[in-house]
Design a protein around this ligand. Structure first.
Ligand SMILES: [Zn+2]
Ligand SMILES: [Zn+2]
Length: 99
């Protein structure tokens, strides 16, 4: 189950991040066409790291950026069909800049 959510989340990450501000609550279920998709819970998928040029004024070194990826799970109140919405947030930045 978790594995399934994971693959869906990763596949749709790029697509979904552009419409992450859209709230899926109250969306009509396209599976049974007779129910509403309600927010159920959030799964933390993983944390990825990337590097960017130091943003703290140091001429050398990089900042390590930690991005946490989440999947919100929505479940139809009629048929139980579930759908997910993926998004990610930068959760911390570790400075490795130096003079
Ligand atoms: Zn449904
Ligand atoms: Zn820095």
């Amino acid at each position: 189950m978790l594995k399934k959510i994971l693959s869906i989340g990763l596949l749709s990450l790029t697509l979904m991040s552009s419409i992450a501000s859209v709230d899926a609550r109250g969306a009509w279920c396209w599976s049974c066409n007779n129910g509403e998709l309600n927010y159920s819970h959030t799964v933390t998928v993983n944390v990825t790291t990337s590097e960017q040029r130091c943003q703290h004024g140091f001429p050398y070194g990089t900042d390590k950026v930690y991005t946490t990826h989440y999947v919100d799970v929505y479940i139809c109140d009629n048929c139980g069909n579930s759908t997910t919405r993926s998004y990610s947030n930068v959760t911390s930045i570790e400075c490795h800049g130096y003079n």
